[in-house]
Write a protein that binds this ligand. Structure first.
Ligand code: ZN
Length: 97
C-alpha cells in the first residue's frame, strides 16, 4: 500500500494539497553533499514515508518516537532518521518554512 511504484516520485498530502515529490530531486540535494551510504535508499524511503504519515514532524520528534518504541513495525533507528532527514530534506517542510 502507498508504495511508490516507479520509485521516482510519490505523493505527499499536506494542508489538503498533494505534492508530487521527485526522488531524483531529493537525490540531487543529497549528492551535493557526499553520498555516504548506498543502502540508505530504502531506509530513506521508509523514513520519509513515516515522516509524511506522522504529519511532517521534526526529525527530533521522530527520533524520540523511535526511542520510545512508538513505531514497533518500523525497522529504522533514530540515528538513521537523523541521517536521512539531513541528507534528504523533506521538500514540503523546506517549502513551508
Ligand atoms: Zn516534511
Amino acid at each position: 500500500m502507498n508504495k511508490p511504484s516507479n520509485g521516482h516520485s510519490f505523493p505527499i498530502l499536506r494542508d489538503g494539497l498533494k505534492w508530487m515529490i521527485d526522488l531524483e530531486k531529493l537525490k540531487e540535494i543529497k549528492i551535493k553533499r557526499k553520498p555516504i551510504y548506498c543502502n540508505t535508499a530504502s531506509v530513506a524511503t521508509q523514513v520519509l514515508r513515516l515522516h509524511e504519515r506522522m504529519g511532517h514532524p521534526a526529525s527530533e520528534a521522530m527520533c524520540t518516537a523511535i526511542d520510545f518504541g512508538a513505531w514497533k513495525n518500523v525497522k529504522i533507528t533514530a540515528e538513521q532518521v537523523h541521517r536521512v532527514m539531513k541528507q534528504n530534506p523533506c521538500l514540503p517542510c523546506i517549502l513551508a518554512k
